[in-house]
Design a protein around this ligand. Structure first.
Ligand code: SF4
Length: 541
């Protein structure tokens, strides 16, 4: 757990930085209100502070970062308070980049909102291109076994460096950095411009810590899996490498089309030229002496204590290294939380947990440190809040048609239909069969619902048929030939999706696969999905 004095100092420094940013935003807002800044320039500059446009005049979308994806009960209450004060009756949204989105905040309230958010320790999340995106950190870091060492400190330092580096303002598009716990961790998500993976290496008789770096991935319309760039970088060299990539991206893409990603640049330049430029930039940077203390971090984590759990707890509770303690998982569909649920959740964490809630990159909520005697009570409370049931997979969804102007589909309604169809088809087998299953739904090709990294993904699209435009759903799955990213299988109408899921479940029940995720990754599962698509009259890819 991150409870050291170092982390306390880091949080304080971050909060001061966020407060400063909130003051700068207020100055900007006043300039605009006094007529000293024209509207177009105000819109452009406010995006750096996380204030985005909304279709409703006089309202803004305010984006906050959850530092390291971790919320204390106090912060959860503060988020609920922000929603209650500034967007009454609305949910707030936990995004896969560990941000919080508040929709339709009145513009005149935006300075007060950002001051309150900064006081609660939330960062102001620049819109894509206005600065590096929030550094995503897997929720299991430092808590579950399987990592070379806990990368939380490195993520914290990197987040701080990136946010304060004036050279990295005004990037030409999104620059996404994320940590993985290990190359083989189920929680690891492809799709970052730069992925950082803890690694260790033997030097003489010593094991030293470092990082493996992967480059130029992305989900969205042209997804690409990251390529290995460096197999080992010392901690004090990490920032130099990250900065080199960001500066290369900024300088080479400056005048190109908006929305360009690092992967497009890599494809255009070719790997040798790309690497040569990065090597030169790295050589120009000084080592980060603050990162030297990472060499003293403990290596690995003790194995989790084995615990004999009743079957209903499998997948919901994961044993932690400390005997008798568990990490429990909840899932708000699409990452949507309302005020009452957030407040109850904060109470639950205080009663049973260790004062921390972790938001995963697939919008799950993990509560570490729950003692065995409290597991049943925690489960029942999460169930009452609609955050736990017998579905044990993850369902990541973008906010959909109610909230995003680009959306062609109500992804949350679709998600609920898929979950209902799984429940109908699997009955009492639902928990076991859906353990580890990744579902994703995006209401357009931008892929914010991570459907391309799911076992089964849905993407809304609009097609022209006989002169009429209609919304359809593209269905994606990981194929045995290309398991890293889900590939397009075919297209169905939205109302056919539940039947498709039921047919898929029938195929799974007739197989020997241990669960649905396993079934979908087998050749027979892929064929089963294609048969299910044919059964509902899908159009082929
Ligand atoms: S996937 Fe498309 S519709 Fe959904 S939030 Fe992203 S941009 Fe909006």
């Amino acid at each position: 757990m991150l409870s050291s004095a170092w982390f306390t100092d880091w949080k304080e420094a971050q909060t001061n930085h966020y407060r400063q940013a909130a003051r700068e935003y207020e100055d900007l807002y006043r300039l605009f209100m006094h007529g000293d800044l024209d509207e177009q320039l105000f819109r452009k500059r406010r995006a750096h502070f996380g204030a985005g446009p909304r279709p409703v005049a006089g309202r803004v979308l305010l984006r906050l970062t959850i530092p390291l994806g971790r919320l204390s009960p106090r912060q959860l209450r503060a988020a609920a308070d922000l929603a209650e004060r500034f967007t009454p009756g609305r949910h707030f949204h936990l995004t896969p980049r560990q941000n919080l989105h508040f929709y339709d905040v009145p513009l005149e309230d935006s300075p007060a909102f950002l001051h309150a958010a900064a006081d609660a320790g939330f960062g102001l999340a620049p819109a894509a291109g206005d600065g590096p995106c929030n550094v995503v950190l897997p929720a299991g870091c430092g808590t579950l076994p399987g990592e070379a060492f806990d990368p939380s400190f490195a993520a914290a330092l990197l987040q701080q460096r990136l946010a304060k580096d004036p050279a990295l303002r005004d990037l030409p598009g999104p620059f996404k950095v994320g940590f993985w716990r290990s190359l083989y961790d189920e929680e690891s998500e492809p799709g970052n411009d730069l992925s950082v993976v803890p690694a260790r290496r033997r030097v003489g008789t010593r094991q030293v810590r470092g990082f493996r770096l992967l480059l130029a991935g992305g989900l969205g319309p042209n997804p690409r899996v990251e390529a290995l760039w460096k197999s080992f970088v010392a901690p004090e060299e990490l920032y130099a490498h990250v900065r080199a990539v960001a500066l290369h991206f900024k300088e080479r893409c400056q005048d190109s089309r908006p929305g360009l990603r690092l992967r497009d640049l890599l494809l255009a330049e070719g790997w040798p030229a790309f690497q040569e430029d990065l090597a030169q930039r790295v050589a120009e940077q000084a080592p980060d002496r603050k990162a030297l203390f990472f060499h003293r971090l403990p290596l690995g984590l003790p194995q989790a204590a084995t615990a004999a759990l009743p079957s209903w707890l499998h997948g919901f509770a994961v044993p932690m290294p400390e005997p008798g303690t568990f990490l429990v998982k909840g899932q708000p569909l699409g990452g949507m939380l309302d005020v009452a649920t957030a407040l109850d959740l904060a109470g639950l964490i205080e009663r049973y947990g260790q004062g921390e809630l972790r938001v995963t990159p697939r919008q799950q909520l993990w509560i570490p440190g729950i003692g065995e005697p409290n597991l049943l009570a925690a489960f029942q409370e999460l169930q009452r809040l609609g955050l736990a049931g017998s579905f044990l997979g993850s369902f990541c969804a973008c906010p959909g048609s109610g909230l995003c102007p680009r959306a062609g589909l109500d992804t949350l309604a679709l998600g609920q239909q898929v979950l209902d169809a799984l429940k109908d088809g699997l009955g009492s087998e639902l928990g076991r069969a859906t353990a580890g299953l990744r579902l994703g739904a995006s209401a357009c090709g931008n892929g914010c619902g991570r459907h391309r990294s799911a076992d089964l993904g849905f993407e809304a699209c609009v097609v022209e048929r006989q002169g009429r435009r209609e919304t359809q759903v593209r269905v994606y799955a990981r194929t045995p030939q290309r398991p890293e990213l889900a590939a397009l299988i075919g297209t169905v109408r939205p109302e056919q999706v539940p039947q498709l899921v039921r047919s898929l479940v029938e195929g799974y029940k007739g197989s020997d696969a241990p669960d649905l995720a396993g079934f979908l990754r087998l050749p027979e599962g892929y064929e089963g999905l294609r048969r299910a698509m044919a059964a509902v009259g899908a159009r082929d890819s």
